[in-house]
Design a protein around this ligand. Structure first.
Ligand SMILES: Cc1ncc(COP(=O)(O)O)c(C=O)c1O
Length: 368
């Protein structure tokens, strides 16, 4: 039966949505998609330039010809292609874990993983700046969630002292390199607490895989292929038993179409290239050093946050830089905490010295 005029959606019914968008605009938090052709990107996490590596690209093309476009079904229903297991084996080897499992994206993995692992008496201790996907995963789980101050093992210990006895099992969750602030997880101190308080540990290595060795103390390493591996998809690696458990119980794995085979084959090629990419890793290091020097920022990693006063200033500077030919994203709440707005320079091995000098000059001129 057709909807009566009363039931039909009208602009009136959409008012709440337009109001919310209007508020976003007023607070300088509105997001829109832009077309960035011909801009120099400081917004890409393709840290080693692998998305454009000729061997990776031709592996994808050959795989497309051999296996076709889509995978056609979920992994549990589609056991005929050898490429998935081959990538998982190579990945487990790279991460020095017994086994690895592919997911369609890091977000999909993280937002379902903690729920998959938890029971009512499970505790989660997450760094305050953990990626949204991990936080959602914890909040959607039956476990009890505690958030410790960013990179503050003392606060984590305080929470463990107070609450560890409340759960049979506890997981600490952190990241090797935080995606927006570019800060390092205090992994050594956390590993010590893990032993002292008998917890498990999950480390999200989305922003360091391919660039440095993995964290040996983690029970589970999670991450995505969309950064230094230049592709797409997510992964979890750990003891065979845990991976088997996740395979059997994770809705984010079971109820979704497997990654396209061409992506999987290209990722395998990228993983095999990793030991031979010292030149790219050195270029990334030098480019990071250069921009940090030019912008008077302290030493640090390839995620280079440039703090600004407000979301409005971040947006203004990002737009100005875009007009000048550079894509440098304005990172605003809720991606960062209130008052934590910043410009995020994502450095890659492919940036040239001249591009880095030009963007630094453009930023300084835009601020004066
Ligand atoms: C730390 C971290 N974890 C997980 C994700 C999600 O990964 P994906 O882009 O594969 O969904 C991201 C990506 O933004 C991230 O920065």
């Amino acid at each position: 039966m057709p909807l009566s005029p009363k039931q039909k959606p009208s602009s009136q019914n959409y008012e709440r949505f337009s109001q919310a968008l209007e508020e976003q605009k007023q607070q300088h938090l509105y997001r829109e998609l832009v077309h960035s052709e011909k801009k120099v990107l400081f917004s890409s996490n393709d840290y080693l330039g692998l998305s454009q590596h000729p061997k990776v690209v031709s592996a994808a093309i050959e795989a497309l010809k051999q296996w076709g476009f889509g995978s056609g079904s979920a992994r549990t229903l589609s056991t005929h292609l050898p490429v998935y297991l081959a990538l998982e084996k190579a990945l487990a080897h790279t991460l020095q874990k017994e086994k690895a499992l592919l997911f369609s994206s890091g977000y999909q993995l993280n937002s379902t993983l903690l729920k998959t692992l938890a029971k009512d008496d499970t505790l989660f201790f997450l760094d305050k700046y953990c990626h949204r996907s991990l936080i959602e995963g914890a909040q959607n789980s039956p476990g009890k969630v505690f958030r410790f101050k960013h990179n503050d093992p003392n606060h984590l210990e305080e929470l463990l002292k107070k609450h560890r006895h409340e759960g049979k099992e506890a997981w600490i969750v952190t990241e090797s390199l935080f995606s927006m602030q570019g800060t390092r997880g205090s992994l050594e101190a956390i590993a010590k607490l893990k032993r002292e308080y008998e917890t498990f540990l999950i480390v999200d290595e989305a922003h360091t895989i391919g660039i440095e060795r993995s964290t040996s103390d983690a029970d589970l390493v999670v991450g995505g292929f969309g950064k230094a591996l230049g592709g797409f998809g997510g992964f979890v690696a750990g003891a065979e038993l845990l991976i088997d458990y996740i395979l059997n119980f994770s809705p984010g794995f079971l109820f979704t179409t497997a990654l396209p085979p061409a992506i999987v084959v290209a990722l395998h090629e990228a993983i095999q290239l990793l030991p031979h990419l010292d030149n790219q890793r050195n270029a990334l290091k030098n480019n990071t050093l250069l921009i940090r020097n030019l912008l008077n920022l302290p030493d640090g990693d390839h995620i280079v946050p440039y703090p600004v006063k407000s979301a409005e200033e971040a947006l203004f500077l990002s737009k100005r830089l875009r007009e000048l030919g550079f894509e440098v994203p304005a990172i605003r709440p809720p991606t960062v905490p209130p008052n934590g707005s910043l410009l995020r320079f994502s450095m890659t091995a492919l940036h040239t010295e001249s591009e880095i000098e030009k963007v630094s000059r453009a930023l300084k001129e835009s601020m004066s």
